[in-house]
Design a protein around this ligand. Structure first.
Ligand code: ARG
Length: 720
């Protein structure tokens, strides 16, 4: 009896649906969820949130670039997103003479806006449940075969949906671990122009020190405009294009808010795995995360060493450094929080309940035994895989040389045509130029030496590339410096990747001998081929088996609790989601309480003149001294509120997402998550999870007062 009671409680635990948890598909917002939204404070009708026939909030939300969210805020296609989302476009628009990244930029009128090559925004056109088309096509296939069949049916559905139109994009997304499939069709607008950005000292204030943390004082926003052809269609850049006319745009509220007010976020969360198993959690905390963190630590150290020495190197490496640092801190924090919450133990309890339910049900009763076996088989190689991704090819020279593998294959074929070689060599030349333009050789060389050294002691000898270390020690033994440093120096001074005349000679006469004897390519041949020949198939099998088991586990969970299914949401997969909750303060640890807002006074308190992360523009300080807040001061705080936190359930990909009030007005932009709940991809914590948002009043203050671009504020529909 006791046992039964225990499992019943844990079954509930598995499903406990807190209003804050959940990334809801807009078209599946059931009655229960909608009623819960009303209870939390929403004042809108369902069709105002999402409708296929009428304009709704969803029409103002876009995929920005490859991995962020943006929102339309005027009837002329004006768009807000995060500074860290516009970062690439801002850097690309900058030169040493006109350094918009450092100094900020505001287009004085539309003719001064800067076209951003390679940047597009996608509007969701329609969603279709295609489960009935996909599942029959997959039949009973498992593993790799299922993957191939999925690819085939996906290609078919995508082709039917886009008809090859370059301004349409379609994606078939798996929901509930492959138990359902949805087709998403987008209209893609490719003329997107930079309207303005604050200086980096505002847009990235606090840098990596403050990243993933609350309290937070970052003005993480930038402004773009979407253009369309004169006849109102998506188009490539053309000077004659006109501002996009949206079906809906978000009004902007500068009224302010209180602790506890309703908040709702629309956007594109990238990935979660809320039904990850205890085995998966343990592999992350034991091996995958610590290995990644250790290797990124090393790479960041060597990159920063060179960035400190020169402004040009800083600009060159800034963007890559930021992205490596972002998930270095994330995975370090994730491990700490998973251990703090004992997520492993919690998952085990939920699994015990599932196992006892599954007893005697042939389809389900072996799932966890199979999981255990699958993880046991893969575990010895997990660190090796991380080393390949974050260590060996973390040296970008090796990553770039890896692209020569297709040249090797071609040159080994006796019957190749000269024009095939020419095409490949041309591509290799572009890859090499790209490598040399975007990397610092000194840093990259240090990274190679360290990665190869760390691999030697961290990875089991039986997995080392055959003969590689014997040769290395033999060849670089007599030199007084470390053999690893001598080895890396040899690679960097003698590879045709870094030597122009050697490369010119190779281009003139591409031949297998020169390729195979290149010291960088020898590293590729040793490490990458070793992994690909011996371990890649094991990883593919491990992943395929995990997918099969995950699909079954999920199906079982739904069968176990039919009445809870309506309150279940599918894991994030970069499809549009709505999350709802409240603006809310929190208690990060015993005796400490965090307020729900940060202010400009707080920015000034962190100010460190000349600092890499906490410097401020002189004009900012003047305006602050004069309390020149315009219409943006908060009536309670008598200061400009810079940022606030909500209980909304979001994750990476939501960056730039609108935070919307009960009436559909914009309050701010989501840009981060808090440290105390960094385990959120695998388990949502109802007490500690917070979304960090830049307040739209600070955004407008930065545009109008700091940037002198009041004409942009005039374009908005302000709610006062
Ligand atoms: N943590 C933020 C996110 O993943 C990105 C912040 C970028 N800033 C930085 N200092 N690296 O959305």
């Amino acid at each position: 009896m006791k046992k039964l009671l225990v499992s019943f409680v844990f079954v509930l635990t598995l499903f406990r649906s807190y209003a804050d948890e959940g990334m809801w598909l807009p078209l599946l917002l059931g009655d229960q969820v909608y009623k819960d939204m009303l209870k939390r404070g929403l004042k809108l009708k369902p069709e105002q949130l999402y409708s296929i026939n009428k304009a709704s909030i969803k029409d103002a939300i876009v995929i920005f670039g490859g991995g962020c969210t943006g929102e339309i805020v005027s009837d002329q296609g004006l768009l807000f997103t995060n500074h860290h989302c516009g970062y690439g476009a801002i850097a690309a628009a900058s030169t040493v003479e006109a350094n918009y990244l450092r100094d900020g930029f505001w287009a004085s009128d539309k003719t001064k806006e800067i076209a951003s090559k390679n940047l597009s925004v996608s509007f969701l056109n329609r969603i279709e449940d295609v489960t009935d088309k996909v599942l029959p096509a997959l039949g009973n296939a498992n593993g790799a075969e299922r993957g191939q069949k999925l690819q085939a049916i996906t290609a078919e559905l995508v082709k039917a949906a886009t008809g090859g139109d370059e301004f349409k994009n379609a994606v078939v997304a798996s929901m509930f671990k492959g138990n359902q499939y949805f087709l998403f069709v987008y209209d893609v607008y490719k003329d997107v122009r930079l309207v303005g950005t604050p200086p980096e000292s505002i847009g990235k204030f606090g840098g990596d020190t403050d990243n993933w943390e609350w309290p937070r004082h970052t003005g993480d926003f930038s402004v773009f405009r979407v253009y369309m052809s004169k006849d109102g269609k998506p188009a490539n850049y053309n000077a004659d294009n006109v501002p996009f006319k949206p079906k809906h745009f978000l009004p902007v509220s500068i009224k302010g808010f209180k602790d506890g007010d309703y908040s709702m976020i629309f956007g594109y969360p990238g990935s979660t795995n809320r039904y990850e198993t205890s085995f998966g959690v343990k592999l992350s905390t034991d091996i995958n995360n610590p290995t990644l963190v250790k290797l990124r630590d090393m790479r960041l150290k060597y990159m920063f060493e060179e960035m400190k020495k020169s402004e040009a190197t800083k600009l060159q490496l800034a963007s890559e450094y930021a992205s490596i640092a972002n998930y270095w801190k994330f995975y370090d924090g994730e491990t700490k929080q998973l251990l703090k919450f004992d997520t492993y133990g919690e998952k085990q309890k939920a699994e015990a309940a599932f196992i006892s339910w599954a007893k005697g049900k042939p389809e389900y009763e072996n799932i966890f035994a199979d999981y255990e076996k699958n993880y046991q088989e893969w575990r010895p190689y997990a660190a090796h895989r991380q080393y390949m991704i974050e260590g060996i090819t973390g040296c970008r020279l090796i990553g770039a040389a890896a692209a020569w593998q297709n040249l090797e294959a071609l040159l080994k074929r006796k019957d190749y045509k000269p024009e095939e070689v020419e095409r490949m060599v041309k591509a290799a030349d572009a890859g090499r130029k790209n490598y040399l333009a975007n990397n610092n050789l000194k840093a990259d060389q240090n990274i190679l030496a360290a990665a190869v050294m760390m691999f030697y002691s961290d990875i089991d000898k039986s997995q080392h590339p055959e003969g590689f270390y014997d040769n290395l020690f033999k060849q670089f033994n007599s030199i007084e410096a470390s053999p690893y440093k001598a080895f890396a120096a040899d690679v960097f001074s003698n590879s045709m990747m870094t030597d122009n005349s050697k490369w010119a000679a190779f281009m003139a006469k591409p031949n297998l001998d020169a390729l195979m004897n290149d010291p960088a390519y020898k590293v590729v041949s040793a490490f990458i081929k070793n992994f690909n020949n011996k371990y890649a198939a094991k990883f593919a099998a491990f992943s395929a088996k995990n997918n099969d088991l995950g699909r079954l586990y999920m199906k079982g969970i739904m069968e176990m609790n039919p009445d809870k299914v309506k309150m279940m949401y599918p894991d994030a997969n970069f499809t549009m989601r709505i999350s709802y909750g409240n603006i809310k303060s929190y208690q990060p640890r015993d005796a400490v309480k965090y307020d729900f807002v940060c202010t400009m006074n707080g920015v000034m308190a962190k100010y460190k003149p000349g600092d890499y992360e906490f410097d401020l523009p002189a004009k900012f300080i003047d305006l602050w001294k004069n309390k020149d807040y315009g219409q943006y001061a908060d009536p309670v705080y008598k200061d400009v509120v810079v940022s606030f936190i909500t209980t909304n359930d979001i994750t990476g990909g939501n960056s730039g997402s609108p935070v919307i009030d009960a009436n559909g007005n914009l309050l701010g932009l989501a840009f981060d998550g808090n440290y105390e709940a960094l385990s959120h991809k695998l388990a949502f914590d109802k007490d500690l999870n917070r979304t960090i948002c830049v307040d739209v009043r600070y955004v407008l203050w930065c545009i109008e007062k700091l940037g002198g671009a009041k004409h942009i504020v005039d374009e908005l529909k302000l709610v006062k």
